[in-house]
Design a protein around this ligand. Structure first.
Ligand code: CS2
Length: 352
């Protein structure tokens, strides 16, 4: 097992690579989408939170990540002594009509195919994605973690429909007509996912890239009047069965799985370990629609048991903290990450 850190786009620089190394990481997961672009959030080191108008504005639909820029990023990361394991998330600018079944979906799937080919050509093994209309939604913030550390949670479902021009937390068309996106069924959303996987998995196989699916965050059947896909552990199996492949893998988010109302996170870890591309190693207290994100060692999940299961199952991929509560000091994000990475490193040493 390998220790990694997830970095937002504005953190992709030597200072953050050195910070990751100093915390014992060998690998990085990078977010290339600028979630905070023209958004309202002040603390951009905290995870994106947003409101019903989303996190920020999507990127340039005409600009996809090129092999050259991915190679340059990888080179800088390698020079700092780290490996680039994964890119996390597509930009809504590149796939809004794939999610919404809009008129540009065929043009956009070609863009995603090119992105995956570029990622493979740059030697980056994993691409994480989250097939969701509402994306990460219904979040509240508060001093929920130990010692009053600021963190996020959920206390009821956001029922407000998503306005036109927005999907997956971001605005891709600020001139869209007023009104909200059409309501659809779960079946329709699964059909969209099936089309996406059938188109993209063969390309990913050829490019040597693993596509890794994040479960719904939060895992509710509906949010903002839109259906969700993987909101119970067994629905991950449904996603895998659509297109069994070594490129159809999971971005296994322990926090989201523990928040699910059915199943249990240990059984899910047993069941899916061999399909996991990488792990979001975070802890929570409670289940949807009422839960809180907390420190890695104080939540409902026994992380020691999880790491033992992963070891027994021969999981050899990367674990990242994903989110942590913000600690009360001059550098809240850094302290939270350093604390969590130290805990994870110790756990990994204990079982190695
Ligand atoms: O890193 C973050 O802060 C989050 O945006 C992710 O955990 C998110 O849940 C996944 O990338 C899925 O969108």
């Amino acid at each position: 097992m390998k220790l990694g850190l997830g970095l937002y786009r504005h953190m992709l620089n030597r200072q953050h690579y050195d910070f990751a190394r100093q915390c014992g990481c060998t690998h990085l997961v990078v977010h290339l989408v600028d979630y905070f672009n023209k958004g309202k959030q002040e603390n951009k080191n905290d995870q994106p939170i947003g409101d019903n108008s989303g996190w920020g504005f999507a990127g340039d639909p005409e600009k996809i990540w090129t092999v050259e820029e991915l190679l340059q990023l990888k080179k800088e990361i390698n020079e700092a002594g780290l490996e680039l394991e994964a890119i996390e998330n597509f930009d809504p600018a590149h796939w809004h009509d794939i999610l919404l079944d809009g008129p540009q979906k065929k043009v956009q799937i070609e863009k995603l195919k090119q992105i995956i080919r570029n990622v493979g050509a740059a030697g980056i093994p994993v691409f994480g994605y989250n097939f969701s209309l509402a994306g990460v939604s219904s979040r509240i913030t508060g001093n929920f973690a130990r010692g009053g550390a600021r963190s996020v949670g959920m206390d009821g479902v956001d029922e407000r429909p998503i306005q036109n021009g927005m999907v997956w937390n971001m605005v891709y068309d600020k001139n869209a007509s007023t009104g909200s996106i059409p309501e659809i069924t779960h079946e329709q959303l699964w059909e969209r996912l099936t089309w996406f996987l059938n188109e993209l998995i063969p390309v990913a196989e050829e490019a040597g890239v693993k596509l890794a699916a994040h479960p719904d965050d939060p895992p509710m059947p509906y949010i903002r009047k839109t259906p969700r896909l993987v909101y119970q552990p067994q629905l991950y199996q449904k996603l895998l069965d659509i297109k069994p492949s070594k490129s159809n893998m999971l971005e296994f988010c322990l926090g989201s799985i523990a928040e699910m109302t059915e199943g249990d996170v240990y059984q899910a870890t047993e069941q899916y370990a061999s399909n996991v591309a990488y792990v979001h190693f975070r802890n929570v207290r409670g289940k949807v629609p009422h839960y809180k994100e907390v420190f890695v060692d104080e939540g409902d999940i026994d992380m020691v048991q999880i790491i033992r299961i992963l070891k027994r199952k021969g999981f050899d991929g990367v674990l990242i903290p994903d989110h942590t509560p913000q600690m009360s000091c001059e550098a809240p994000w850094y302290a939270g990450m350093a604390y969590t990475l130290g805990y994870m490193k110790a756990l990994m040493q204990t079982i190695e």
